[in-house]
Design a protein around this ligand. Structure first.
Ligand code: AMP
Length: 459
């Protein structure tokens, strides 16, 4: 149990912490606050609810000098909702420091009032990357005095395509600043960004208690070759089938299986090396943004997939070697919940299973599978649907513009909008399936960034 009083915090901040009723630090706070207060760059793995906002909020307020009228701290968030929440939390922590000016600057809001409130630099800005970048470019915001930059929910910001905007912002602010990066997950992309924008960062991971640690549950079923598709369809019909990766050993089987699953009512797509790069990108986007429920892939093609934690992975064909098997099952397992890796094994594939068993040194978890004959077509649709906009980076289109068009004029709630991917000439946006038609109509009737672009749904 660590008390906040052990930290070298200003009395005004200790008073706020007490008013808020925080008696002891959360694990993320206990690990990140001491190095952050010493001025070190930190990369911390922290989920919502971990107390991360108070961690970086206290740290940036500690270094703030309210008597200097300059922008000193910048917090970048993926969405307006989060930016509002973070602003509120920082205001509460700053309640006992007189004259702290904090401004929230997000896309999807009119620019005029924001410009009006920027006649004097605020001390702190909390905002979304696109809009903050715009103000820095226009000169309505000055980054030369920034001492602390916070990237909150960095993984989501990268998912939403904000990488370029963030790097541009960093090029426009004071060279010497502290960078605090918070992210729920650590994919390679986050490590790469950290390497580019942070200086010798201290990495903080808070171990989940053993019973909350993601585990991989394995399961082997022996099935007759003639029953394999029925077996798979039955396994995919469960909850976990909403986001599942299915491995086949051969390209031709990938196509045939995806088509068969589609015929049976699953949102399934195929991914293999014979496809055009553009089609492959599109499939990866649709699987990652949850508008395709089942991805059928070869091992090589699945390497391009940047989702590391899927609820379900199925080896439809047994992997040729134990190493490939281990790689496949490693794609499952998500925070706090066991991932399930199912392997279908025909009697002829038994020697491969024996090989895996020998290498792993433990008996394989064989389970009987009672296969009921398929009862016609039942729809198992993915929760999201993808809309394609025929415009991209070349048209200076940014994720914030799309988000703005959908939440602004089109009147959709931000929570109905999923991942946004902007490529050179196209952009993809995922919308809750039930609202996809409404979003499509509104986008077609309205404008994005003041222009009309062609928008179409992907089946
Ligand atoms: P966050 O992870 O930043 O979204 O914070 C989650 C919640 O935890 C917020 O409601 C905070 O007010 C609360 N909180 C943050 N730090 C502490 C603490 N040390 N003790 C108790 N509650 C806290």
């Amino acid at each position: 149990m660590t008390s906040f009083a052990t930290l070298p915090l200003k009395p005004a901040l200790l008073a706020s912490v007490e008013t808020l009723g925080y008696t002891t630090m959360t694990p993320v706070q206990a690990q990140s606050l001491p190095p952050m207060l010493q001025g070190r760059d930190v990369i911390a793995q922290a989920q919502t609810g971990s107390g991360k906002t108070a961690a970086f909020g206290l740290s940036l307020l500690q270094t703030l000098d309210p008597d200097t009228i300059r922008l000193q701290a910048l917090v970048l968030c993926p969405t307006r909702e989060l930016a509002d929440q973070v602003s509120k939390a920082i205001r509460k922590l700053a309640a006992n420091i007189p004259n702290v000016k904090l401004l929230t600057l997000c896309g999807g809001m009119p620019l005029g009032p924001q410009l009006a409130s920027l006649t004097h630099d605020p001390h702190i800005v909390v905002g979304t990357p696109g809009r903050v970048q715009e103000h820095l470019k226009r000169g309505s915001l000055h980054g030369g005095g920034i001492k602390v930059l916070v990237l909150d929910e960095a993984d989501r910001m990268l998912d939403m395509g904000f990488t370029e905007a963030i790097e541009d912002i960093i090029g426009r602010i004071a060279r010497h600043h502290q960078t605090l990066l918070f992210s729920a997950t650590y994919p390679d992309e986050i490590r790469a960004v950290s390497q580019r924008v942070q200086h010798n960062p201290l990495q903080i991971t808070v171990d989940a208690p053993a019973d909350e640690r993601p585990a991989i549950e394995q399961c082997f079923h022996e099935v007759d070759p003639a029953q394999k598709v029925d077996a798979l369809a039955q396994l995919l019909a469960g909850d976990r089938g909403q986001h599942a990766l299915v491995f086949c050993n051969m390209r031709k089987d990938v196509d045939a299986l995806a088509q068969e699953l589609d015929r049976r009512g699953f949102s399934a797509l195929a991914l293999h090396g014979d496809m055009e790069q553009r089609d492959r990108d599109e499939v990866l986007v649709r699987f990652a943004n949850r508008s395709c429920a089942v991805l059928v892939a070869t091992d090589v093609a699945a390497r391009g997939l940047d989702i590391v934690a899927l609820p379900l992975v199925v080896s439809y064909d047994m992997a040729h070697d134990p190493e490939t098997h281990t790689h496949r099952i490693g794609r499952t397992g998500r925070a706090g919940e066991a991932g399930l890796a199912i392997t279908l094994c025909t009697p002829r594939e038994r020697p491969k299973a024996a090989n895996i068993e020998e290498i792993s040194g433990t008996p394989l978890p064989w389970r009987p599978l009672k296969i009921s004959p398929s009862r016609g077509k039942t729809l198992h649709l993915a929760p999201m649907k993808t809309l394609v906009i025929d415009a991209g980076r070349q048209d200076k289109l940014r994720p914030g513009d799309i988000l703005g068009a959908l939440t602004g004029e089109a009147g959709l709630a931000a929570k109905e909008i999923g991942k946004i991917d902007v490529f050179a000439t196209r952009a993809y946006v995922a919308i809750s399936r039930a609202l996809a038609n409404k979003a499509l109509e509104r986008l077609r009737a309205g404008r994005i960034k003041g222009r009309n672009f062609r928008v179409r749904p992907l089946a």
